[in-house]
Design a protein around this ligand. Structure first.
Ligand code: ADP
Ligand code: MG
Length: 270
């Protein structure tokens, strides 16, 4: 596509929610794939020791020689040994393994602890990749890894699962964002909240959505991600949903989300 979407420096978005199973990894992979399909160059950083984003895009465990752990803690390693291609054109990934859980502990004793990911993503060698977007798939916790993501990021995108207690954890998350903004990253913004696993036949989903929109207004993306079995099947084929079933409702929703994000980004830039 055109150069319209290309940016001088990558926009870095942390995909975070301390609750597990809310759609962080699904959103990271498929929003990333949708942005890549529309012509952006996209890097995914798997920051979860569970490595689900890596597995979901087909990076086998024995192909994860160098990982996010090395990106954070090894100064000497060349980026081209850490950044891997995926089956989607323009979509790249830094994979993770369980080693990353020890990084969380090591960060506590490292004096640069808050800035490791930020420094890694802003190193000069990164420029040659000309990424437009870097999406960080955070672990289900507000630990040092997630804080590193928030310090490195321009904004935080929060997947919110359409279920009864969804909004409860959100205030804790927003508080953490505010703390990071008051200390290590004054420019950090909330990119938006994405309703995930929405079931329009279910009243509860409607209530959660109304609650979220009433309380959070424009922070909630117009696009909703429906509960769609194709989204849960795709990772076991090591494919983004855009490649696994491009005509599915799940694929369409993530394409819509990418368009909405691109619109926001260009509006801010204009
Ligand atoms: P997190 O990264 O927040 O832990 P995941 O993205 O791994 O959450 O999603 C948790 C589970 O729910 C996974 O099995 C995933 O395939 C499934 N899932 C996520 N989003 C959807 C959706 N919109 N429709 C159906 N299943 C989904
Ligand atoms: Mg995950």
């Amino acid at each position: 596509m055109s150069d319209l979407h290309h940016q001088a420096v990558p926009k870095i978005i942390a995909i975070a929610n301390q609750k597990g199973g809310v759609g962080k990894t699904t959103t990271t992979i498929n929003l990333g794939a949708a942005l890549a399909a529309s012509g952006s160059r996209v890097l995914l950083v798997d920051l979860d020791p569970q490595g689900n984003a890596s597995t979901g895009l087909g990076i086998e465990p024995d192909a994860r020689d160098l990982t996010t752990y090395d990106l954070l803690l090894d100064d000497d390693v060349a980026l081209d040994r850490i950044i891997q291609t995926t089956g989607d054109e323009n979509l790249f990934i830094v994979p993770a393994t369980v080693d990353l859980s020890s990084a969380d502990i090591e960060l506590l004793s490292n004096e640069k602890k808050l800035y490791l990911l930020r420094d890694a993503l802003r190193q000069r060698a990164m420029d040659t990749y000309t990424f437009d977007y870097i999406l960080i798939d955070c672990p289900p916790s507000l630990n040092m890894l997630t804080i590193n993501a928030m310090v490195a990021a321009d904004s935080v995108l929060v997947p919110l699962q359409s279920e009864f207690y969804a909004l409860e954890g959100l205030s804790q998350l927003l508080l953490t964002v505010r703390e990071v903004r008051q200390s290590a990253n004054t420019d950090l913004r909330i990119e938006g909240i994405v309703l995930t696993m929405v079931d329009t036949r279910n009243n509860l989903s409607g209530h959660v959505e109304k609650d979220a929109r009433d309380n959070l207004g424009d922070l909630v993306f117009r696009t909703r991600i429906p509960r769609n079995v194709r989204l849960s099947e795709a990772p076991s084929y090591a494919l983004s949903v855009l490649r696994y079933d491009p005509n599915s409702k799940g694929a369409q929703a993530y394409r819509d989300l990418a368009v909405e994000l691109l619109e926001k980004t260009t509006r801010v830039a204009a």
